[in-house]
Write a protein that binds this ligand. Sequence first.
Ligand code: DOR
Ligand code: ZN
Length: 445
Amino acid sequence: MSKKMEGSLLLRNGRLLDPESGRDGRFDILVEEGRICRVAPRLEGPADRVIDLSGLWIMPGAIDLHVHLREPGFEYKETILTGARAAAAGGFTSIACMANTSPVNDNAAVTRFILEQAAAAPVKVLPIAAISREMRGETLVEMGDLVAAGAAAFSDDGRTVPNSKLLRHAMEYAALFDRRLFCHCQDNALFADGVVHEGLLAAAHGLAGIPSLAEEIDIARTIMLAEYLGLPVHICHLSTRGGVELVRAAKERGVAVTAEVTPHHLFLDERAVADLDYAGEIVEGFRPEPRRYNTNTKMSPPLRSAEDVEAVRQGLAAGVIDAVATDHAPHEATEKAVEYDLAPFGVVGLETALGLVLRLVAEGLLSPLRMAGVLSLEPARILGLADRGRVVEGAAADFTVIDPEREWVVDPESFRSRSRNTPFAGWRLPGRAVKTIVDGRVVFE
Ligand code: DOR
Ligand code: ZN
């Protein structure tokens, strides 16, 4: 991030979507020295730069709670810089990156390394440190050290923490440092060697199944621990109807649980694995060759049933699920060009997420304000970022500017990401980010 002081910036005539205040209307925003200085229906200059946003939406910068940046260790898939550029192009102003790098981000030196690399990145990078050393689930990391180095949260994402006593201690220590655990909930024994959802598709194609129960049983355990301790916890990538019900019931009891859902679990069900029936509209020429399977539909948790997709959609609309997070998981093309069983889990998401969420708005599932909430305010709250996710005087001048009418077709070849493993190639999406502003600086347009 350039530390150069920015001049004043006047953002005019945009439709402001500020979920915290509930403002949805035409406002001007004056930015000075990277901070929001004034917000009013009409502001006159002078300003060093004036940008007219007529016909566009402006919301607090989108924050992705869950990305895999692959550096250190797997730079051929993604680096901090390529991932951050993909984020900026996708309209994200902050991204929280998971710890399953090599070495694992389980000590302050790795956290510091990530932040040093991120100094040149166009968006904010918030390192999430591991819960256990080498993510083995055996020994707690030095949380105090990691927080001092800049850890924004703790997660062994990619794996669960099977030892409930360790998970308990992790929740307790993290709370001392005002940090939250981001839990990848999956019962290892039930997950076993599964590669797709345990259901019709698995049976028809002879693929090993991952039952919904694998997720639900571990969400129940995680919620019970949080409830017993009276501490907050965040559940990653909810994918099942039962998971939504567990979170709904826990919230009703007053448990401080939050949850995220990915765009792929909102739009695709198990049938996409075999290219059977895309929910999306395939544009002529982009339809993949007819084939039995598409490894860009393999991720953990897997694409579930159509009923599960409906449940996570309703959960998001109702506020049971707080946020949309991508689980951006880049893999190199040759790694995915193998039998379904052998392909790594994960799909990219930074450059398609906003367009897909805009589709939920177009479908009437989310209001524009709720869209801004699930992409900015709620993620900021989950990360405890008091000066982001909101449009108030003094807050960071991070904005996502959207053209809601700029229809486009997903072409993986155009991605800034180093990897192209998307299940959404050829999808027609209704709108996109046309400007991404971080600390008052336009980092993408
Ligand atoms: O699909 C996934 N890919 N799920 C995870 O939990 C990990 C991720 C990765 O690192 O590739
Ligand atoms: Zn995960």
